[in-house]
Design a binder for this molecule. Structure first.
Ligand SMILES: C[S@@+](CC[C@H](N)C(=O)[O-])C[C@H]1O[C@@H](n2cnc3c(N)ncnc32)[C@H](O)[C@@H]1O
Length: 400
């Protein structure tokens, strides 16, 4: 039997075994660890971080989750046709064919139910499904964001055109089935892109965003803004990050790659001032509104590339006592890290969702005189790949 046939048989066996837990297992690429115990998964993730950070710093035990299911507060569905009937689901791993999914072990259950009910409405409202191949059709995706503490629900209908048939009646029908929905937004995405959201939002119902409470602050979260997808673990992650910063109330702190200002606002009550830096203009708008709504007066925000903003601050002779940095999976830039060194903070708290780029950046920061004292992995994405484990690190200036 050739190798290809063997691999195919192994794949089929795995799918059959996993299908007991989830019909899409082995296809959507989400639950890599579905077959083992949660404890084993935590051990492997911790070991993965240890391997990546070998020779850099000691690694503390991983912080796991008590109930590691249905934690995703943001759910995105894609639609397609099978024998003329519309179905909804998730893209197959590394492909754009849709795997049917009605309920997922990781996703918020209310969100999954709303998606199924929207799918049920499409035919009677004559809403067509967008095809990437023909570029014909209206509805590309449905995204649901749900506030874990507030229960608020934002439904985002991602469409190719702002002309949505009988939109008021559609919203009315949806609200009748799901009175818990607090806002509905049309997001127009008419580009040939694999990005889910377009730039234009039209509010059909409610305020156009949700609010959620995290670490005693209330945050406003718009369609496009980054917000951690596992609120239970985020609380633990931010508490650890602020604890590592060891703030006394006298510090000038920077929250780089700040999103809607969540880490900076959590730290603000313990620091003198905080400056948040973020590229996404809508996230900065949310961050400013969040600071105002929570009466946090010692935090300010800059919109722009973190590397460019920090370079400018370094050139102006600015100083910081503590820098929080939480870059995207690709990690930080040398321009940013060069400038951090010029600002001369005592401590850097690095939050990362990619141990590989984290290791690369920690090595670069070591060359700049910042040594990593400790790292703590946090399981933000239970059942998914070890490569996605979150880690929070403390770096200090001076000798190793
Ligand atoms: C992993 S998220 C962290 C956000 C926030 N700290 C949180 O916990 O919610 C990374 C953030 O970096 C922002 N970002 C990406 N590239 C950036 C850049 N070059 N400069 C500044 N911010 C950037 C993204 O828009 C996103 O909000």
């Amino acid at each position: 039997m050739n190798q290809q046939m063997n691999q195919q048989m192994e794949k089929t066996k795995l799918k059959t075994k996993n299908a007991n837990k989830c019909a899409a297992a082995g296809m959507c690429g989400g639950c890599t660890y579905i077959n083992g115990s949660y404890e084993k998964q935590l051990t492997e993730k911790e070991q993965y971080v240890r391997t990546q950070l070998k020779g850099i710093c000691p690694v503390n035990p991983i912080i796991g989750m008590k109930n590691p299911y249905h934690y995703r507060n943001k759910v995105t569905a894609t639609f397609s046709y099978k024998k003329g009937e519309i179905f909804s689901g998730i893209y197959e791993e590394k492909s754009h064919s849709v795997v049917p999914v009605d309920s997922c072990l990781l996703e918020d259950q209310t969100a999954d139910q709303i998606i199924c009910d929207i799918r049920g409405l499409l035919k009677s409202f004559k809403i067509t499904i967008y095809s990437e191949r023909t570029r014909y059709g209206l509805l590309r995706h449905v995204m649901i964001r749900r506030g874990f503490t507030t229960g608020e629900v934002l439904v985002i209908l991602v469409v190719t055109s702002p002309v949505f048939p009988s939109k008021n009646n559609f919203v009315k029908a949806l609200l009748k089935m799901h009175p818990e929905i607090t806002s509905v937004v049309l997001n127009v995405n008419d580009r040939m892109t694999s990005m889910v959201l377009g730039d234009r939002n039209i509010v059909l119902y409610g305020k156009g965003y949700i609010e959620d409470v995290l670490c005693n602050n209330r945050f406003r979260i718009s369609a496009q803004s980054f917000y951690q997808i596992n609120p239970v673990q985020t609380q633990k992650l931010y508490e650890k990050a602020v604890e590592l910063a060891n703030l006394t109330g006298e510090e000038i702190a920077i929250d780089a790659y700040c999103g809607i200002g969540t880490i900076g606002m959590t730290a603000a009550s313990k620091a003198k001032t905080v400056l948040g830096i973020e590229l996404n203009a809508l996230a900065v708008k949310d961050a400013i509104a969040n600071a105002r709504a929570n009466h946090v007066t010692n935090i300010h925000f800059l919109q722009g590339d973190a590397g460019e903003q920090m370079t400018q601050m370094a050139e102006e002779g600015s100083h910081a006592d503590v820098v929080f940095m939480d870059p995207p999976r690709s990690g930080s830039s040398e321009a940013f890290m060069d400038s951090v060194a010029v600002l001369n903070p005592k401590r850097i708290v690095y939050v990362s969702c990619n141990p590989q780029t984290l290791a690369r950046d920690l090595k670069y920061l070591a060359k700049k005189g910042y040594h990593t004292k400790q790292a703590t992995p946090v399981d933000m994405f239970p059942w998914t790949k070890a490569e996605h484990v979150e880690t929070v690190c403390l770096l200090e200036k001076g000798k190793k």
